[in-house]
Each structure stands twice: as structure tokens, then as C-alpha cells.
Design a protein around this ligand. Structure first.
Ligand SMILES: NC(=O)c1ccc[n+]([C@@H]2O[C@H](COP(=O)([O-])OP(=O)(O)OC[C@H]3O[C@@H](n4cnc5c(N)ncnc54)[C@H](O)[C@@H]3O)[C@@H](O)[C@H]2O)c1
Length: 355
């Protein structure tokens, strides 16, 4: 059995704890959380109690005697936790964004490349985005022409978040673009291939220095396709994380307003269709209250895929998305921040190609 240390027991650590606990109890993975650490000791103890695990007083002790580090600290904590895990030769699941600065993102990528790892860019496991990727790869709607992505949510230092570090650039690295829309950039490149040039504008409407709450990004892809991303943190408390994606191909417009099951709407000259994407069939074996169903399913699927790969392939296991997929999205974000600082002047994207 793979022994997992959960490092960081806040909001997303709790979601992962729930998803991993469900997978373990349903016998869907040969793995369990055996150790936890969070400087907020009460949080570490609460999650440990759910798993019959040990809550440790320090990071090093939590990582001794485990096989996998599951890193869910705030963004600025990822680098030290990754380094400590690598020092112990552990497999690593690391939440996104990798780190607040591009230099630290590159350093984390250098450490994890070639080792068993996976990054928490979970939208690639959302059935509706898989359907988008498949529609483009199949070519059945002709060549892709342009993509319009809108991602909005209320400023995440309130409501269900229960923490304020997203208002602190030293911990978060930036605002809505790096913290939330790193997911969207990853999906855009996954579906359309690597970005080559970006132009961006940002705004700090709510006055948190370095924390943009609006980012408008125009992306040119190496394939010649274009796209735009509008990413917003507002104060409409009735709107949690909400996405709309539109893709025009030569022979169809495809769109969704739900970032997990869709449906994926398709309009062609012959009419309209709604493709309802399905989660994996084993999801039915989890017992999830309706209100948590979407988020637990969204994290359980990538977690099971990674743990199954570790059980099957050991040190040769390759998780997806990889740290290079994540770094590639970070290079786009970095180029967008450079462009915004240069009054929207076009900026070339660094050279890491997504898989
Ligand atoms: N993949 C996703 O969809 C997704 C969703 C939400 C959050 N996240 C990411 O997960 C990370 C955590 O976000 P959150 O919403 O859970 O924040 P949070 O504030 O709720 O929890 C963060 C926890 O990390 C702890 N912590 C800080 N430094 C630590 C350290 N050195 N070692 C151990 N624990 C430490 C804090 O005490 C806190 O309990 C962020 O990087 C965030 O961007 C990813």
C-alpha cells in the first residue's frame, strides 16, 4: 500500500483528503493518507483523525516513512515541500500554481522532471474539456479557428475560501491569471497546442498590490490559431468559479458553460446538439453528498490515475499533467505579465512545449 503524506490541510487539502479517503475506502486505490502536516496544527490533526493517520509537528517528520508527498500548501510553500520530498526520493503530487515566481517554477520543474509526479491541473480530467480536445484532434468539425475563454469568480479571500493569502503577492505570485486561470491556459494549450505570443492588459480594481483582478489576454498559437482569455475576480458572491468556453472551428461552434460535465454544445449547419460527457463509471462507487459531488469527482479522477500509475509502474510512473505541462502554462502567464507591464506590447512565450 502506498503511504501518502498530506502537506497543507486547508481548503484544497481537505478536498483531497475527502477524495483520497473515498478512493481508499471504496478499494479503488491501493493507497491511504498515513501522515499530515500543517503549521496550523488543528487542521493537520482534524484531517489525520479522519484517516487514522499521524499529524506531525514538522515537514521533515511528516515525509519520513511515506511513499508519496501530496503538496497542498499555499503557493509559496510548494517549493520547500517539493525539495524535502525529492530529498527523500518520494513521488510528488503538487498543487498548481507551482510557485509565485517563474524562477521558482522552473526550479521545481528541474527537480521533478524524470521522477514520478503529477500537478493539480485538474481541468484536463473534466469530461467536457476532454470532449473539446477530442473534437479538435478528430478534425470532424474542420480546423480550429479561434477560442474565447471567460473565467470568473468572486475575489477568493472570502466565502468558501476561509483564507487571505490570495491577496498577498509574495504568497500567491499574482492574481486571477496565475492563481486561477493557470488552469485555463493549460486547457487552451492542451486543445490548441503551444502558445507563441501574447498581448495582455491587467487591472487591480480592488487595490491589492500585484494582485490583478482583471486580465485580458490575447494568445497567438504556434499553429496560427488565435484565442482570448478574460479572467476576472469580482464581488458577485453568488458566482463561485464559473467558466464559459467557446471554440469556433471551420464547420462548428462548440461551447460549454460548465467546467466539469458540460454539456458540450455543438452547432453546425445541420443544427444543434448537446453532448453530455460522462465521468468514469467507478465514480458511482463513491458515497458523496450531492453538494460535494462535482468537486470530489473532479479531484478523485486525477488522484486515482496518479496512484494507479505509481502502483503499476513504481519509480517509472509518469503522471499527467506533468511539471513541464504546468511550466508551459506558467511561461504563458509570465509572458502575459511582461506584456501588461509593457502596455500590452506583444511578448514571446518561453520555449517549454506542452504535451
Ligand atoms: N487544483 C485546484 O483546482 C485548486 C483549487 C484550490 C486551491 N488550489 C491550490 O492549492 C494551494 C492551497 O490552496 P487552499 O485554497 O487550500 O489554501 P488554504 O489557505 O485554504 O490552505 C493552505 C494551507 O497551507 C498551510 N501551509 C502554509 N505553509 C505550509 C507549509 N510550509 N507546510 C504545510 N502547510 C502549510 C496553511 O496553514 C493552510 O492551512 C494553492 O497553491 C492553491 O492555488 C488548487
Amino acid at each position: 500500500m502506498l503511504r501518502i503524506a498530506l502537506i497543507g490541510c486547508g481548503h484544497i487539502g481537505t478536498v483531497h483528503s475527502y477524495a483520497l479517503g473515498q478512493l481508499t475506502r471504496a478499494d479503488l486505490v491501493d493507497a491511504a493518507i498515513t501522515s499530515t502536516f500543517d503549521p496550523d496544527r488543528e487542521r493537520a490533526e482534524k484531517i489525520a483523525a479522519h484517516h487514522g493517520a499521524v499529524a506531525h509537528h514538522d515537514l521533515g517528520a511528516a515525509l519520513d516513512d511515506v511513499d508519496v508527498a501530496w503538496i497542498c500548501t499555499w503557493t509559496a510553500g510548494h517549493a520547500a515541500a517539493v525539495a524535502a520530498a525529492v530529498e527523500r526520493n518520494l513521488a510528488v503530487f503538487c498543487e498548481k500554481p507551482l510557485a509565485p515566481t517563474i524562477e521558482d517554477c522552473r526550479a521545481i520543474a528541474d527537480q521533478l522532471r524524470g521522477r514520478p509526479h503529477q500537478v493539480g491541473l485538474v481541468l484536463r480530467y473534466a469530461p467536457v474539456f476532454a470532449a473539446f480536445a477530442d473534437a479538435v484532434a478528430s478534425g470532424r468539425y474542420g480546423r480550429p479557428m479561434t477560442m474565447v475563454f471567460r473565467d470568473d469568480q468572486y475575489f477568493p479571500i472570502q466565502g468558501m475560501y476561509g483564507s487571505t493569502w490570495r491577496g498577498d503577492v509574495t504568497k500567491a505570485g499574482g492574481g486571477t491569471l496565475i492563481e486561477h486561470s493557470i488552469h485555463d491556459i493549460d486547457v487552451m494549450q492542451w486543445v490548441l497546442g503551444p502558445a507563441s505570443t501574447v498581448r495582455a492588459r491587467t487591472a487591480e480594481t480592488f487595490g491589492y498590490p500585484g494582485i490583478e483582478d482583471v486580465a485580458s489576454v490575447a494568445v497567438d498559437f504556434a499553429s496560427g490559431v488565435s484565442g482570448t482569455l478574460t479572467s476576472i475576480w469580482h464581488q458577485i458572491m453568488s458566482r463561485p468559479s464559473t467558466r464559459r468556453l467557446e471554440l469556433f472551428c471551420e464547420d462548428a461552434m462548440l461551447w460549454t458553460e460548465d467546467d466539469y460535465l458540460g454539456p458540450l454544445h455543438v452547432e453546425t449547419s445541420s443544427g444543434r446538439d448537446a453532448i453530455v460527457a460522462s465521468p468514469p463509471e467507478w465514480i458511482d462507487r463513491l458515497t458523496i453528498p450531492e453538494v460535494f459531488a462535482k468537486s470530489v469527482a473532479a479531484y478523485a479522477h486525477p488522484s486515482k490515475t496518479f496512484l494507479d500509475a505509481l502502483t503499476r509502474d513504481g519509480a517509472a510512473a509518469v503522471g499527467s499533467p506533468s511539471v513541464d505541462d504546468a511550466l508551459s502554462a506558467h511561461e504563458v502567464v509570465e509572458a502575459a505579465y511582461r506584456s501588461a507591464a509593457a502596455d500590452g506590447a506583444p511578448q514571446s512565450v518561453g520555449s517549454i512545449a506542452p504535451r
